[in-house]
Design a protein around this ligand. Structure first.
Ligand SMILES: Cc1cc2nc3c(=O)[nH]c(=O)nc-3n(C[C@H](O)[C@H](O)[C@H](O)COP(=O)(O)O)c2cc1C
Length: 208
């Protein structure tokens, strides 16, 4: 599949500039994020569209370093167990996914391969019976990540975060049994400038 870097310097619109500049950041400064800023990011998420205006997202915010670290450790352990259970092929595939080598070799710059020592982790849940949940939460998540970029922070969606459910630490999140984690996102002051990955361009069909 043909790809190219879409990395224009857009001055015509602040929104477009933020969209183009947002990157998945996996290295953070050891600097806490003010609660008021977290509230602004949450509000941006709340402003997302949702099917039937259900606004079914719920946010579980973790800023305690020790808790985040223990979550990362527990998730890594669960992932390791899954690798052992799976065959050799699957093990390699999972490792590629876990460390996100998908766009070429990318070696994580921290020892925390799940939440990358970010100061804020937000778990977003939705009711288990909501057929639109994945789409709603995707929109909400993107709003939050763009808002954070525009406020001088960076972020990274962490799909692996939901595996916290399979660890004994899950009750700490106080998520009711009627809800499930759809996505977790890390936020913080980035300490790297990742290169822009090439995008597939030949995926649009104009029906004229
Ligand atoms: C649903 C979803 C789950 C993701 N999960 C992870 C993850 O577990 N760990 C990680 O490092 N990056 C994760 N990412 C980030 C992607 O790897 C990243 O967005 C992609 O490589 C494109 O890079 P960019 O965001 O800098 O443009 C995830 C992204 C999405 C949308």
């Amino acid at each position: 599949m043909e790809t190219e870097v879409i990395n224009e310097t857009l001055t015509e619109s602040e929104t477009l500039k933020t969209i183009y500049e947002r990157r998945a950041v996996r290295k953070y400064k050891d600097r806490p994020v003010d609660k008021k800023i977290i509230e602004k990011i949450l509000d941006a998420g709340r402003m997302a569209p949702s099917a039937l205006n259900a606004q079914s997202w719920k946010f579980y915010i973790v800023t305690n370093k020790e808790i985040i670290h223990s979550f990362s450790k527990a998730i890594t352990k669960i992932a390791a167990k899954e690798f052992i259970k799976a065959g050799r092929k699957k093990i390699i595939k999972s490792i590629i996914n876990l460390f996100h080598f998908s766009h070429g070799l990318h070696f994580p710059k921290t020892t925390d391969h799940v939440f990358y020592e970010a100061p804020v982790v937000i778990f977003i849940t939705a009711p288990k019976d909501n057929e639109w949940a994945a789409i709603d939460i995707g929109m909400c998540a993107q709003n939050m990540m763009l808002a954070s970029k525009s406020l001088g922070l960076d972020s990274c969606p962490v799909g692996f975060g939901k595996y916290i459910k399979h660890t004994k630490l899950y009750p700490q999140l106080q998520i009711p049994s009627s809800e499930e984690i759809i996505l977790s996102i890390i936020f913080g002051y980035g300490d790297e400038n990742p290169e822009v990955h090439k995008r597939i361009k030949k995926n649009a069909t104009f029906i004229e």
